[in-house]
Design a protein around this ligand. Sequence first.
Ligand code: CMX
Length: 253
Amino acid sequence: MVTNVHHVGIVVRDLRLAYRFWRDTLGLPLVREAEIKDQGVRAALLAAGDSEIELLEPTGADTGVARFLAKRGEGLHHLCFRTSGVSDDLDALKKQNVPLLDTSAREGLAGKIAFLHPKACHGVLVELATPPATEPAAESPVRFKRLVIGCRSPQETASTFQRLFGLPEVEVNGGPRTMLGWAGGSTLLLVPAGEVGGTEGMVALSMVAPDMPPLIERLERAQAGMLIGAGEITVEPQSSHGVHLHISRYHFP
Ligand code: CMX
């Protein structure tokens, strides 16, 4: 039973450098960092409201994450849903013949985890995680709001996410876009690939910062490339490790 977006994974070249932006400039508190030897990564989870951001640095050349970095550069890598029972979910996915990377749950940074193959979700690499029971969320000045996904057909992608994970649909004002998730919480915005330069898969991250002036000050001090609008900031991907990042003052819807 999927209950929200647990985290969004971002591949970075150097975790220490990535901390400067994601932890020190945005202000996301570090929850946990560890090396996951069998995956060939050093990973860190940072609190971002009800969800988290996971930074992944490859530690060896012959791994999926290292190949991703070599082929695509730094940027959005995977989407992880929180579920109350990852093993039960895997059983259900197996019954539907959904292509999986992990056929049984294993220990990961986010708790008990398993990855689906990206071809299961229209090119989006999805992880399921059942985190340890008692984990109070750390306060963060900037919170996860939405992940934008470019799709050949937003309706078809939405049906897949609804069938596999039971994601609720959030009302939007008509048009070709679809939004899934939890109104006022974490959502996925599915947009036609044509609207995002033809890209299919994860294309942008939206976050919320109710108190913008101190954030703008930190971004300016870090000399981040950005555009500042009324109640919103767009950070240029070269300053945010390849991520198209939009930060707004309000969380709507
Ligand atoms: N998102 C979407 N698609 C991806 C992808 C990603 N992040 N990474 C690779 N792919 C696609 C490739 O484009 C390729 O597609 P085509 O077959 O259409 O060309 C396909 O997956 C296979 O990619 P590859 O580079 O040839 O194969 P890899 O061996 O590199 O495998 C992948 C990639 C996704 C199948 C998988 O092995 C992988 O990388 N898993 C990552 C697991 C991970 O993130 N581990 C860290 C976990 C941290 C923890 O345990 O807590």
